[in-house]
Design a protein around this ligand. Sequence first.
Ligand code: ASP
Length: 187
Amino acid sequence: MAHVLILGTGGTIAGTGHDPARAWAYQAAQLGVGQLVAAVPELAGLPLVMQQVAQIDSKDMSWSVWQALAQALQAAMQDAAVEAVVITHGTDTLEETACLLHHLHDGRKPIVLTAAMRPATAADADGPVNLRDAVRVAREAARLGLGGVVAVLQGRVWSGAAVRKAHSHALDAFDAGGALPLAVLDD
Ligand code: ASP
């Protein structure tokens, strides 16, 4: 059955803390990708397959994690049932991963990275909406026959070749060095 593959790698989007009011006191990479998907009501019933590729704070990104990610993506590109891939990632090295995948990827299918600035246990966690939007973009791009690497954050779609983290703590932390987003999402 045609589906979107969701690859989990950790990050703040999978982070947990003990006090929802103290969003900054948390540990990254605590929840599995299945738990992240289960927390988004709009994703219920969609054809999604989850795979945990790594479970790291992305400040600790390494060549071995990038290799595992590249191998999972290569398998996904060859699997006719995978129509698009979403990657949940930490924000610290999202731009390096996006740039690497942009250069490795043949552009056949959509690859959508997403992340969060607040952990999953924060009262106003941004991960669930970003993940929902990333899956929407992935499915719509596949439907339109579009491929390539993008990042979806805070309602905007950034080129994987240009996206960069521009703020250390602002919710809206990403830009493309002055370039406009490829798309802005609305309802
Ligand atoms: N240190 C975290 C990470 O990059 C920060 C985040 O995800 O926002 O995994």
